[in-house]
Design a protein around this ligand. Structure first.
Ligand code: ZN
Length: 272
């Protein structure tokens, strides 16, 4: 009985210790690509873990908790990170004019126009085309050949959470279903454009929501693009500084992928 208790204790404590001490995982390849947008050098850093078609994508340069968590927890596929002179938005100059945009609002024409207008002094069709080319470049890299795209984001405490999608809340119209998990922080949640993964992640005890691919508002984000194009997409949202939580979310998603075979043996765009 005593031995059993000791074993149970070790089984409970060991993962906690390993989680605390987890060092960045070894990737077998690292590649840096440069994309010239006007006068701005945007760098895309790709870490290769294995050849499985799962792409982890951090597109906001100021959301570093997500990158740290991913570097410690990702085991399959490739991790992509965008780096540029700083901040959430990307800024560039084109023919003497200054522009800015949110890199997660450029994947549809409507969203792109809106974000350029919001963060630039002036809007021009020329700048729009340059950003459209950049968006197509990113999609080719991260989404075209992926069985699953996993966006990695961080939010600020209390401003945006799974509760933002509950009936009556700001983004209620974008969600088909919302699952609140008791004993968790609502800032840490999975945003799924895929019902199979939504159900599995909710069942694993996480806050989760299912995007309504028919009614979601067109803000030009990658989730909208993937929803429209039948690409499996999940966003792992965690509050800034919640690195260990985000690591556990990444590990649990990988466990779910192992159990459904997605990314390991299933073809692209498998329908639930
Ligand atoms: Zn973000």
């Amino acid at each position: 009985m005593k031995k059993v208790l000791i074993l149970l204790l070790i089984a409970g404590i060991l993962p906690w210790i390993l989680g605390r001490c987890a060092a960045p995982r070894a990737y077998h390849g690292r590649q840096i690509m440069h994309y010239r947008l006007g006068n701005t050098d945007v760098r895309l850093i790709r870490y290769d873990f294995d050849s499985l078609p799962v792409v982890w994508f951090n597109m906001h340069d100021d959301e570093n908790t997500a990158v740290r968590a991913a570097r410690r927890a990702v085991e399959h596929g490739q991790l992509w990170e965008i780096r540029h002179p700083g901040g959430r938005n990307i800024r560039f100059r084109l023919h003497g004019r200054r522009y800015g945009f949110d890199p997660n609002r450029i994947y549809t024409p409507e969203g792109r126009k809106k974000t350029l207008r919001e963060f630039s002094r002036t809007y021009s069709a020329e700048a729009d085309s340059a950003v459209a080319r950049f968006a197509r470049f990113l999609i080719r890299q991260v989404a075209d050949d992926a069985a699953l795209v996993v966006a990695l984001h961080n939010n600020t405490r209390g401003k945006y959470s799974v509760k933002s999608y509950l009936p009556g809340a700001r983004y209620a119209g974008d969600a088909a279903e919302v699952h609140l998990a008791s004993g968790t922080d609502p800032d840490d949640f999975f945003y799924c454009a895929d019902s199979l993964l939504f159900r599995r992640l909710a069942a694993a005890g996480w806050n989760a929501l299912l995007q309504n691919n028919d009614s979601v508002s067109d803000d030009g984000s990658l989730s909208v693009y993937c929803g429209r194009n039948g690409i499996r997409y999940v966003n792992i949202e965690a509050q800034r500084g919640h690195r260990r939580v985000q690591q556990r979310m990444i590990m649990d998603l990988q466990r779910v992928l192992d159990s459904v075979g997605l990314g390991l043996s299933q073809p692209k765009n498998l329908k639930d």
